[in-house]
Design a protein around this ligand. Structure first.
Ligand code: NZQ
Ligand code: ZN
Length: 385
């Protein structure tokens, strides 16, 4: 196992009815900005629960944070923050709202030239407003991690800071019942790929991390399709297991002390930035191709994945690996997400621009060995055709 330091300070408030407990978890004298997206929380009762819980607080609202939050929208929140001396942000929504609010929190106290530098130049964040969240879409892990992704003019770029990790996160599985099938699928697939990016690398004999990761993969494979099936789609326990799996998939735990990949995500971000494809749907297209193109470097872990996730123990090694990739694709198909560029109407002619974007964004040495150069990324995209 590699050396690591692990810390996760986000207090998790899990279960039905937990939105009420934000009342005692936000300082009573705080001036709160409630941030949210396009209005789903107004239709499913979440906004009402939040306003009830904040009835003794002073609070304001900022809405309109869109999926793949845009820099321009997020900067609009700064006027409200200044005008009302906001000193606490409560993000209510999915990964985009939480990510966007992380950026808002950091931009509010940024002392450099322009807050975009946080993303474009990875400028150090020295201060940020305290932030907490009520998660409504299990997927990204943003509710208890230090990362966020922001988009400007088709450039979708990540940043990280321990100062934007949410202080607490409410995970009430009941609020996920209003999700569309598409968003349920997206969430399960995103969490699955987060786990894979920290698991499917090379072995460092990290048994705990491996078995935690395998537990998450098996849970998502088992529960994901049930959340789509009509007879079980309203089952809160299924939603709860998916929600907790998604948080655990990217809260730092399974990634501690192990090599990590993230090539699928970085290539996927270019597909979203350039073509607006949902985040998870880029991952279901790219991951199988990464597994194929990088099969040699990932061989040992692919065999472990084949055995422990898909019970493949018979036949020669290559056929077990190929079958494991096939079964992963079949799982994605069951979750109703695309697995080829052609499924989202992209073809060979679109690859040049994506490679150009990867180069522009400095994504020149991806993967756990840093050997996924733009040429290898091209091969991955060609394999995904
Ligand atoms: O905006 P509203 O009206 O709330 O609607 C949203 C949005 O249209 C809707 N929604 C959310 N909760 C709902 C709901 N609809 C009905 N009922 C509910 N309970 O779902 C739509 C998509 O929401 P979004 O927040 O965009 O989805 P997701 O949670 O998948 O977040 C995706 C974003 O997170 C980033 C992605 O790149 C993308 O920008 N990621 C963040 C990461 C992180 N911070 O660690 C890691 C991830 O890999 C990912 O990159
Ligand atoms: Zn993701």
């Amino acid at each position: 196992m590699l050396n690591f330091s692990f810390e996760n300070t986000t207090k998790i408030l899990f279960g039905e009815g937990q939105i009420a407990s934000i009342r005692k978890n936000i300082p009573s004298d705080a001036k709160v900005l409630v941030t949210y997206g396009g209005g789903s929380i107004k239709n499913n009762g979440v906004f009402d629960q939040v306003s009830d819980a904040l009835s003794n607080h002073t609070w304001f609202e900022f809405s309109g944070i869109e999926p793949n939050p845009s820099y321009d929208t997020l900067m609009e929140a700064q006027d409200t923050i200044k005008e009302h001396n906001i000193n606490f942000i409560l993000a209510v929504g999915g990964g985009s709202v939480v990510d966007g609010s992380k950026f808002i929190a950091a931009a509010a106290l940024f002392e450099g030239d322009e807050p975009w530098d946080i993303v474009s130049k990875q400028a150090r964040i020295r201060k940020a407003l305290p932030l907490a969240c009520v998660l409504t879409l299990p997927a990204t892990g943003s509710e208890s991690n230090t990362g966020a992704v922001v988009t400007r003019d088709g450039n979708k770029l990540p940043f990280q800071s321990p100062l934007v990790r949410p202080i607490f996160a409410v995970l009430d599985p009941a609020v996920t019942l209003s999700l569309s099938e598409r968003q349920i699928s997206n969430g399960v697939v995103d969490a699955f790929v987060h786990t894979m990016e920290q698991y499917l690398t090379y072995s460092v004999n990290a048994k705990v991390q491996d078995r935690f990761a395998e537990g998450l993969l098996l849970t998502l494979i088992e529960e994901g399709p049930k959340a789509l099936a009509p007879e079980t789609s309203k089952d809160i326990e299924i939603r709860g297991n998916i929600m907790w799996a998604a948080t655990m998939a990217l809260n730092g735990l399974i990634g501690s002390g192990v090599p990590q990949d993230w090539a699928t995500h970085m290539i996927g971000h270019e597909l979203t930035g350039t073509h607006g494809i949902d985040h998870a749907r880029t991952l279901s297209i790219v991951l199988p191709a990464v597994m194929k193109v990088c099969a040699k470097a990932k061989r040992e872990k692919l065999l472990q994945f084949a055995e422990r996730i898909w019970n493949l123990t018979e036949g020669d090694e290559d056929s077990r690996i190929n079958r494991a990739i096939e079964l992963t694709e079949q799982f994605f198909e069951t979750m109703q997400v695309p697995t080829r560029l052609s499924h989202v109407e992209l073809g060979k002619g679109d690859i040049d621009l994506l490679i150009e974007k990867l180069k522009q964004h400095g994504m020149l040495k991806l993967g756990e060995h840093g050997d996924i150069t733009p040429d290898v990324s091209r091969k991955i995209l060609e394999t995904a055709l």
